[in-house]
Design a protein around this ligand. Structure first.
Ligand code: ZN
Length: 246
């Protein structure tokens, strides 16, 4: 099976549309590592799409916040404002959908999906040391995760941990054949709010038979997504950061 694996869409319809067009015909099922909503201007549209089209979404910390499962004291002011706005525009049906999302890790035979780390959906796995520390909690050889908005991830081998290479700025894909005797933590990157200094929407395709991952980047209409964020009255910085990918 070829899976289209997405994460951190964050209510950015333009970015999602570009990814779906770019990947068209190249996958059988869609999976998502969480954070459908917050930051962007079209949460309802993204939730409706996810409900209709995505085989499995594990809950992200923003999905959990929107579902009303916590107080938001630890969110920064822009995230708090975005979350309050998002909750005010989502329909009861969309909020119910977010409330019902499963907490990761959720296993799909040979691999699993999670949002932050295997123990905590709020934990960021950014460095090789952080990845190595959670290796003992991975119960599948391949784990797809999100939350950092950084495309790539880690190969964990008995000889050490190696970072996985994302596409360079002058390229749209980077192909990776997975080794058999290693553990992988693989991040598709963020569709709707990349933070790896590449503003193009990030995603990946995983071929579970050939054990090949293709990291991909798709340019999208950033100005249009920014215009909608400004028009919605969301904090300006949520629009500006889209063009720098930071
Ligand atoms: Zn996120």
């Amino acid at each position: 099976m070829r899976y289209l694996i997405l994460s951190d869409i964050h209510a950015n319809w333009e970015a999602l549309e570009a990814v779906l067009a770019d990947a068209r015909g190249g996958y059988g099922e869609i999976l998502c590592c969480g954070d459908l909503v917050d930051y962007g201007a079209e949460p309802e549209r993204i939730v409706e799409w996810a409900r209709d089209c995505v085989e499995l979404v594990v809950r992200g910390n923003h999905d959990r916040a929107c579902a009303g499962y916590e107080d938001l004291d630890w969110f920064n002011p822009a995230a708090r404002a975005a979350d309050a706005w998002t909750r005010s525009v989502l329909t009861p049906g969309a909020l119910d959908y977010l409330r019902a999302l499963p907490k990761g890790p959720v296993a799909m035979d040979s691999f699993q999906l999670l949002h932050g780390s295997p123990q905590d959906e709020d934990e960021y796995l950014v460095t090789p040391q952080e990845a190595a520390r959670v290796a003992q909690y991975l119960d599948r050889p391949i784990s797809f995760f999100g939350h950092t908005h950084l495309q790539g991830g880690f190969l964990l081998h008995r000889n050490g941990v190696k970072r996985l290479q994302r596409p360079r700025r002058d390229s749209v894909r980077e192909t990776l054949a997975l080794e058999r005797d290693a553990l992988y933590l693989i991040n598709p990157g963020s569709v709707g709010q990349p933070r790896d200094r590449d503003p193009r929407a990030a995603y990946l395709i995983y071929d579970s038979e050939d054990r090949v991952v293709e990291f991909r980047r798709a340019p999208y209409d950033i100005a249009r997504a920014q215009g909608k964020i400004i028009d919605a009255g969301l904090p300006d910085m949520l629009a500006y950061r889209l063009e720098t990918g930071s």
